[in-house]
Design a protein around this ligand. Structure first.
Ligand SMILES: O=C(O)CCC(=O)C(=O)O
Ligand SMILES: [Fe+2]
Length: 353
């Protein structure tokens, strides 16, 4: 309690507050041994609290110095109000968000049964890839290694490309998902497009036009995993149908979603920290400075997850138990009519049509 009190004092050191004594006090001393109430909503309520013995009352707007420095922004479409630090804008933007319980038990079970019925026909991929999910030869031609050294010196794109990742999973394609599945209904439900567009601050979203890749269900059996990668697309929407993890954060069962938020940006590939995260994950050194950037998201069945994977390195750890991890991926684009290329279709679906 003492520590919190001091932290609050430090955080608000520049602010001048009106106390019950009516005098203006400045600096940390103004907050020692005082009865402080926060957050207090309306002025009459605050005045009443002062009358009944509180020394200092705060409205929400002046709790922290950091907060006082924020800019008020309003998203035009959703009308959502956000307070953003002007110089730390990127740190305020989350890598993703999760809505637990979006699908209730019945919808989960019907979708799961449908996917598992289709599984014997589905393609199993098992391959190595780099974290950028791109063809190395094409990439080297387009960006010769000498032009791709990180601003934070010492590591190059070539170093990162050499860190091969393994992925194996079975993929039920869109044409194999039954039109009777709740997943099919959800994906083709127009209000979902509006909802996602509002949440993601996009003018308009469209379902991906790919007859195989628009909606997929990935099944990870024992030994399967999804290696570290940055998504090529801007964001992904996923819905977990079955977890392989036995309980929340414990390692048992495996199949955990792990990510290192904001590891790169549009202007800095940050190869040094990318290598640091890959090393830390390999050696399971979650306490090293780069390893400390790795977070684990405890996704429960039925949760809808939006994830901006283009700048946040992420993976699914190896499934170690008997229960397969079953994850639906819903794909959307900001432009209509977008299809996958044949290279991707062959790699992940084993066919082009
Ligand atoms: O299955 C997951 O949780 C993530 C899947 C993913 O990262 C992807 O499909 O790109
Ligand atoms: Fe991904």
């Amino acid at each position: 309690m003492k520590r919190e009190h001091d932290e609050l004092a430090e955080d608000t050191a520049d602010l001048t507050q009106v106390s019950s004594e009516g005098s203006r006090l400045k600096g940390p001393d103004a907050y020692r041994n005082k009865t402080i109430l926060a957050p207090m909503g309306t002025l009459p309520m605050r005045l009443l609290a002062l009358e009944y013995g509180a020394d200092i009352v705060y409205s929400e707007e002046i709790i922290a110095k950091k907060f006082a420095k924020c800019l008020r922004t309003v998203d035009e479409k959703s009308k959502r109000v956000e307070f953003v630090l002007p110089d730390h804008k990127k740190k305020n933007v989350e890598a993703g968000c999760m809505l637990p319980g979006f699908f209730k038990d019945d919808a989960i079970h019907l979708s799961l049964d449908d996917a598992l019925r289709a599984a014997p026909l589905a393609f199993r991929s098992d391959n190595e890839h780099n974290i950028y999910l791109e063809d190395e030869e094409d990439e080297e031609k387009a960006n010769p290694p000498e032009t791709t050294t990180s601003a934070s010196q010492g590591a190059t794109k070539r170093d990162v490309l050499q860190r091969a990742q393994h992925s194996s999973k079975t993929c039920v394609t869109y044409d194999q998902v039954s039109p009777a599945s709740p997943l099919h209904a959800l994906y083709n439900w127009d209000p979902l497009l509006d909802f996602l567009a509002a949440v993601l601050s996009k003018e308009q979203l469209h379902r991906t036009a790919d007859r195989l890749g628009a909606l997929n269900v990935h099944i990870y059996h024992q030994g399967d995993e999804l290696g570290w990668h940055f998504d090529r697309g801007e964001f992904a929407v996923s819905l977990l149908l079955q977890s392989s993890a036995e309980s929340g954060a414990s390692d048992e069962g495996g199949g955990h979603f792990e990510y290192a938020p904001h590891l790169r940006s549009a202007d800095d590939q940050n190869y040094v920290d990318v290598i640091g995260v890959l090393d830390a994950a390999e050696e399971d050194k979650s306490t090293t400075s780069t390893g400390g950037r790795i977070r684990r998201l405890n996704i429960t069945p039925g949760a809808l997850v939006f994830f901006c994977g283009r700048h946040s390195l992420h993976r699914v750890t190896k499934v170690t138990g008997d229960t397969p991890r079953v994850m639906a991926i819903l794909s959307f684009e900001t432009r209509p009519g977008v299809e996958l290329n044949d290279y991707t279709r062959l790699k992940f679906f084993g066919r082009t049509g």
